[in-house]
Design a protein. Sequence first.
Length: 214
Amino acid sequence: MLASGRGSNLAALLVARDCGDLPAEFVLVASDKATAGALRLAEGAGVPTLVLDPRAYPDRRRFDLDLFDRIADSGADLLVMAGFMRIIDGDALTPWIGRMVNIHPSLLPKYRGLQTHRRALEAGDREHGASVHYVTAELDGGPVIAQVHIAIKPDDDEQRLAQRLLPLEHRLLVAVVADIAAGKVSLDGDGVQFEQETLTQPLQWIEGRLKAAS
Ligand code: GAR
């Protein structure tokens, strides 16, 4: 996993593993921030950690290539980005296409980048949500695997909206990673595959499970 922040998504994945809902082994949690809560959580769970400081590298590309070399050395099959707040060099990413997912707090393709909750509120949207997508060189632009929707309430502000969405993000990410681990979800040249079918729309998190949109 790659994380720059508090690590609540990592916590959700670890709980799911401990409950037997996620058949996955955690081989590395890496961060660009020594203070990331995700690192403390990983240490507490006995997961190896890695911190690389981007300021120690001459440029972004050299940082990314080193980071991704070390991730490859960990033996990871799948790389999960949860709140890793950096744009990644295309060459570093290429070997991971189809093996790297990101959770993003918006209904992509809406609101790529930052401040997604504020932008949804400012636009007067009636619904908001989160997406898990395969990572490509295009920022928040890779094929979307699954989404969860929530209604925006009249009294929502940025913080309330983020708070209501976060637990759903956790469930969405756990469900997608579990389905990838089980071989139900993958990426090929035609797009996202779900149970041997090419998705024409993202899966939806509805009533506690992932469903193909009808
Ligand atoms: C999550 O809300 C995730 O959707 C967001 O960062 C948060 C990480 O929380 N990701 C992005 O904004 C990516 N552009 P966490 O550190 O508690 O898992």
